[in-house]
Ligand binder design. Structure first.
Ligand code: SF4
Length: 477
C-alpha cells in the first residue's frame, strides 16, 4: 500500500513518524495532510537508503536540485560528485535528468547512494531507446516507467497534461514549448496524429506507481519559457488537465504533486500559485523558479530565486533550483552549490516571512553570534559554512582574527557593532540624555570622535599589527 492509502485508513507509518520528527509536528498531522493529498512523502519501497521527507505547503519549503548528464558532458563519477554536492549543500530531493551516456548505471548509482528522494523524467530514456521521437510507443513508455520504478525512483515527472488540443494554443508564443518533455510529446503527437500516450495510458501508469509507491510529479510541458508567454491559454489549459489527472491518481491511491512555471513576471506569481492550488485541489505545487526576468543569463540562479521566494510565500511547497548555467550549459558541482545556496535562501526567507514555527530561530542564533563576534559559531551556523569561513579568511586569515571585534569590511575603527557595544553600559542599554543637554552644544569632533586607541598603529596601518587584546574604553574615559 502507498503512503496515501495507509494515511487514508488511519495508519501512521514509519515514514510519517520520521517526517514528523524532522518537521517537529504531530505525526497524525502528517498523516492527515497525506490522506488529504495536501502533502506527499516520495518514498519508493525499493529505495533502501532513503531518509523520508515531506512536501506540502504546511511544512518547511523544500528545494530540489537537478543533476544528470547529457551526451555532451557527464558520466557516472561526475554525477555521483554532483549528487554528493547536492546533498551536502542541502537539497531535499534530487532529479536525475540524464539524457545521455549510461542512463541505467547513473540512475541506479544515484538511488543507491542517495538519502534524499530521487526523481526522473522517464520520457528521456524512452527517446534514447526509440532513437527517434516518433518511434516511441506506449508499451515502451510503460516498460521504461516500470523499470525505473523497480530501480527505486521515488517520483517521476510525467507530462500527461499536454494534450493534442492544447498545441495550437502555443502558436504565436515567443519561445514555443520549452519543457523538454513537453516538446518531445508535442512532436510525437504532430508526427503520429494521436493523443499524448502518457495521457492515454495514465491509469496504467497509476497502477505501476501504486505498486512501488512512486509519487507523480505532473509535468508542466507547456510552461512559459519567457515573460511574454507567461499565463497564456496554453499554460492554463494544461493546468486544467493536471487538475483532472491529480484526481485520477488519487482515485488510484497514488501521491501527486504538480509542477509549475518557468518564466513569470513578479506581479503574476502569487496569482498563478493560487490558481494551481484551486484547480488541483491543494496538491503540493513544485515550481521551477520562476525566473522574473529574461535578461540575465549567467545569473539565473538569482533571477529565479527571487521568483521562487514569491512563489513559496504564495503557497508553493517545493522549489526546483536553477543554476547559473541555466540556458547556457550543463551545471557542474560548483554550479550545484551556487544554485542550492540561492534556493535555500529563497525557501528559508519564505518560511520566515510565513511565520513557520522555528524558522527564524536560525536567523536569531546567527545574529547573536555575529553581535558576540563569535566567528566560529557564525561559520557553523552559516547556510554555507565553508563559503563564510573562506570569505572571512581571505583578508584576515590568522587564528587571532577569530577573536577579533571587527572584520575587514568596516575595519577596526569603523566596526559599527563594536562601537555600539562599547557605547552601551553593562546592561546593554544606552544612556538617556539628561534634560537640558543638547548634542548641538558639543563640537562635532567631540561627539563623533572614535574610541581611544583605534588610530594607534605606530605608523603601520596594517590590520595585522592591531593589538587584539586592547580594551576599547568609552569616549568618556
Ligand atoms: S567590521 Fe563591519 S561587517 Fe565586520 S563585524 Fe564589524 S560591523 Fe560587521
Amino acid at each position: 500500500m502507498t503512503q496515501l492509502q495507509r494515511a487514508r485508513e488511519g495508519t501512521v507509518t514509519d515514514a510519517m513518524e520520521r517526517v514528523a520528527e524532522r518537521e517537529q509536528v504531530d505525526p497524525d498531522f502528517v498523516r492527515q495532510q497525506v490522506a488529504d493529498g495536501q502533502a506527499v512523502i516520495p518514498a519508493n519501497v525499493e529505495h533502501d537508503r532513503l531518509d523520508p521527507m515531506v512536501i506540502g505547503r504546511e511544512f518547511a519549503t523544500k528545494v530540489n536540485a537537478n543533476i544528470g548528464n547529457s551526451d555532451e558532458a557527464g558520466g557516472v563519477e561526475a554525477e555521483l560528485e554532483k549528487l554528493h554536492a547536492a546533498v551536502h549543500y542541502g537539497a531535499d530531493t534530487v532529479m536525475d535528468l540524464s539524457t545521455g551516456g549510461e542512463l541505467d548505471r547513473v540512475r541506479e548509482t544515484n538511488v543507491e547512494h542517495s538519502p534524499v528522494p530521487v526523481g526522473t523524467v522517464p520520457v528521456y530514456e524512452a527517446v534514447k531507446r526509440a532513437e527517434s521521437v516518433e518511434d516511441i510507443t506506449t508499451d515502451l513508455l510503460l516498460e521504461v516507467i516500470e523499470k525505473q520504478a523497480a530501480q527505486g525512483v521515488d517520483y517521476m515527472t510525467v507530462h500527461a497534461g499536454v494534450l493534442a488540443e492544447h498545441l495550437p494554443l502555443t502558436d504565436g508564443r515567443k519561445t514555443g514549448i520549452v519543457s523538454r518533455g513537453g516538446s518531445i510529446l508535442a512532436q510525437w503527437m504532430e508526427e503520429n496524429g494521436t493523443q499524448n500516450p502518457l495521457y492515454a495510458a495514465f491509469e496504467a501508469i497509476c497502477e505501476i506507481f501504486a505498486e512501488y509507491d512512486v509519487t507523480f510529479s505532473l509535468g508542466d510541458g507547456l510552461r512559459p519559457g519567457c515573460l511574454a508567454d507567461a499565463g497564456d491559454d496554453a499554460q492554463f489549459a494544461e493546468l486544467e488537465t493536471l487538475g483532472e489527472l491529480t484526481r485520477t491518481a488519487w482515485d488510484h491511491g497514488v501521491q501527486v504533486m504538480v509542477e509549475g512555471p518557468g518564466h513569470v513576471p513578479m506581479d503574476q506569481i502569487s496569482g498563478q500559485v493560487e490558481r494551481q492550488q484551486e484547480v488541483c485541489d491543494g496538491a503540493p505545487f513544485y515550481v521551477l523558479g520562476p525566473l522574473v526576468t529574461d535578461v540575465a543569463p549567467g545569473y539565473d540562479h538569482i533571477t529565479s530565486a527571487i521568483g521562487a521566494t514569491e512563489a513559496a510565500r504564495a503557497g508553493a511547497a517545493m522549489l526546483c533550483y536553477v543554476t547559473p548555467k541555466e540556458h547556457l550549459g550543463l551545471p557542474d558541482a560548483e554550479d550545484v552549490r551556487e544554485g542550492l545556496a540561492a534556493y535555500r535562501i529563497a525557501a528559508h526567507a519564505a518560511d520566515v516571512a510565513d511565520g513557520r514555527e522555528g524558522a527564524r530561530d536560525w536567523d536569531d542564533a546567527l545574529s547573536e553570534a555575529r553581535y558576540d563576534f563569535d566567528w566560529e559559531r557564525q561559520f557553523e551556523l552559516a547556510l554555507d559554512p565553508e563559503r563564510a569561513r573562506s570569505y572571512h579568511d581571505q583578508t584576515l586569515p590568522g587564528d587571532n582574527y577569530k577573536e577579533a571585534r571587527f572584520c575587514s569590511m568596516c575595519g577596526v575603527e569603523f566596526c559599527s557593532m563594536r562601537i555600539d557595544r562599547d557605547a552601551r553600559d553593562a546592561d546593554g542599554e544606552m544612556t538617556e540624555l539628561e534634560t537640558g543637554t543638547s548634542a548641538a552644544d558639543e563640537s562635532a569632533a567631540e561627539v563623533n570622535r572614535p574610541p581611544v586607541g583605534t588610530h594607534e598603529t605606530d605608523g603601520d596601518p596594517s590590520l595585522a599589527d592591531v593589538d587584539l587584546g586592547r580594551e576599547y574604553p568609552s569616549a568618556d574615559d
